[in-house]
Design a protein around this ligand. Structure first.
Ligand SMILES: *Cc1c(COP(=O)(O)O)cnc(C)c1O
Length: 391
C-alpha cells in the first residue's frame, strides 16, 4: 500500500549487507573478531571499560542481576512505566520487583521517591531512560550511591544520549543496550552490557557462554569444563558484524532521528489536545520513539479509539507503555492493582507512539499528523455536552 507508514523501520545500507556476506564467507559464524570489535565500539562510546555482547537486551539484564547475586528473597526497585523486560528480569532470578512511580515530566523513575522504597532486602535499582530520555539519571545514581545499592541502567532505549555531558550507560554499576530492529541501532536481535567492573564483566562473559572460563575456545580441551551455571546468551558474528557498521553510523542515525523528531514537534506544537515530549536543556537526546500524550481531559477509551483510527489509515501507532504492574501476571503474583502508581497510570492511559524512523520524510510526517488531527477532531464531535450544537 502506497500510504503505508509503519511504526518503525531499521536503517540498513549496502554496508551492513556487505558486512554480513563477509562473515558468511569467512566461515566463522560465532565467537570471533566481530564480536570483540562491536564490544570495543560500544564500550568506547559510553566511556566504559568493558562491553559484553549478548543475544538480547533482556539477556543482558538477566546476566547482570545474576552476576550481582540477586536472588530469592531480595527486592529490586524499578519503574512500572517501561517495556516489560526491565521488570521481568527481576522475576527470572526469583526476586521481587518493587515499583516506584515516575516523574510526570521526565517519565523516568522519580528520584525523590526511591528512598522510601528501600528496605534491608533491596539489592539493586534498575532505572530506565524511557523513550531515550536520560533526564535526572544523575539524581538516581546519587540516591543509589548514598544508599550503597548498585544501580543498573536499562539503557536499551537510550544509546548515544547523554545527560549533563555524561553518556547514557555510564551512570550505574552496569548498563544494558538492546538492538532489536526498532532501536537506535540494530543487530536483528542483540544486546550489550557495559561496565567498568572487571569482575562483573568476567562473570557476564562466563555466564553468556554456558559458564565456561573467560577466553575458552571451542578448539581447546577445556571447552566442556563449566565453572558455573551459565546460559547460551552469545551474539553471533553475523549479528556483531551488523552492529559494527551500525555503531560506525550511530551519529548519522541519531542526527536523522533528531531531524524527524524536530519535524514532528514543529507540526504538532500548536495542537492544544497534545502534550509533546519534554526534553530539558541538559539532555543530549538520542530519540528512540516519538510519543505524544493526549491532554488531561482525555481518557483511555478515547486514546484507544484514536490509536485504532490511525491504524485503520495504514499508519502505525502504539500505546507505549501499559503499566507493568497492571499486567495480569504481575497483578496475580504480587497483588498490584489500579491506583497503586497513579502518575504512571494516568500517563500510560493517554500516550500515543507515532511512526518513528530515520527515513520518514516531510510528506509522510504531514500525513501522520493530519491523520492524528482528524482522529482528535472526531473525538471532539463524539463528546457529549460540548456545546457544538449536536446534543
Ligand atoms: C528494548 C528494551 C529491552 C530489551 O529488549 P530485547 O528485545 O530483549 O533486546 C529492555 N528494556 C527496555 C526498556 C527496552 O525498551
Amino acid at each position: 500500500m502506497a500510504g503505508d507508514i509503519p511504526l518503525s523501520q531499521p536503517d540498513i545500507t549496502e554496508q551492513e549487507i556487505e558486512a554480513v556476506t563477509d562473515v558468511m564467507r569467512s566461515g566463522r559464524l560465532s565467537i570471533g573478531p566481530r564480536q570483540a570489535r562491536f564490544e570495543e565500539l560500544v564500550a568506547q562510546r559510553t566511556g566504559c571499560r568493558h562491553g559484553v555482547a549478548v543475544s538480547s537486551g533482556t539477556a543482558g539484564l538477566h546476566l547482570i542481576l545474576e552476576a550481582l547475586g540477586v536472588g530469592p528473597g531480595d527486592e529490586v526497585i524499578t519503574t512500572p512505566f517501561s517495556f516489560i523486560a526491565s521488570s521481568n528480569c527481576i522475576l527470572y532470578v526469583g526476586a521481587r520487583p518493587v515499583f516506584v512511580d515516575i516523574d510526570p515530566i521526565t517519565l523516568n523513575i522519580d528520584p525523590t521517591k526511591i528512598e522510601a522504597a528501600i528496605t534491608e532486602k533491596t539489592k539493586a535499582i534498575i532505572a530506565v531512560e524511557v523513550f531515550g530520555n536520560p533526564s535526572e539519571m544523575d539524581q538516581v545514581a546519587a540516591v543509589a550511591a548514598r544508599n550503597e545499592i548498585p544501580l543498573i541502567e536499562d539503557a536499551c532505549e537510550g544509546l548515544g544520549g547523554a545527560y549533563k555531558g555524561r553518556p547514557v550507560g555510564s551512570f550505574g554499576r552496569a548498563a544494558v543496550f538492546g538492538f532489536y530492529p526498532n532501536k537506535q541501532i540494530t543487530t536483528g536481535e542483540g544486546g550489550m552490557i557495559v561496565t567498568d567492573d572487571d569482575r562483573l564483566a568476567d562473570l557476564c562473559r562466563s555466564m553468556r557462554n554456558q559458564g565456561r572460563a573467560v577466553g575458552d575456545l571451542p578448539s581447546e580441551g577445556s571447552w566442556l569444563a563449566h565453572e558455573r551455571l551459565g546460559y547460551n546468551y552469545r551474539l553471533s558474528e553475523v549479528a556483531a558484524a551488523i552492529g559494527v557498521v551500525q555503531m560506525q553510523r550511530l551519529d548519522e542515525l541519531m542526527a536523522k532521528r533528531n531531524e524527524v523528531a524536530c519535524m514532528y514537534i514543529e507540526k504538532l506544537m500548536d495542537m492544544p489536545e497534545l502534550i509533546l515530549p519534554n526534553i530539558d536543556s541538559k539532555t543530549d537526546m538520542s530519540w528512540f520513539v516519538f510519543v505524544v500524550r493526549l491532554a488531561d481531559d482525555y481518557g483511555q477509551t478515547e486514546r484507544d479509539r484514536v490509536i485504532n483510527g490511525i491504524r485503520r489509515h495504514e499508519v502505525g501507532c502504539s500505546n507505549y507503555f501499559p503499566p507493568i504492574h497492571l499486567q495480569p501476571f504481575y497483578r496475580e503474583k504480587f497483588g498490584y492493582g489500579k491506583g497503586d502508581f497513579p502518575v504512571t497510570e494516568t500517563i500510560a492511559s493517554r500516550t500515543i507512539a507515532l511512526p518513528f524512523y530515520t527515513t520518514l520524510d516531510q510528506t509522510q510526517i504531514e500525513l501522520v499528523c493530519l491523520t492524528l488531527q482528524v482522529m482528535l477532531q472526531r473525538e471532539q464531535l463524539l463528546r457529549p455536552n460540548d456545546g457544538n450544537g449536536e446534543q
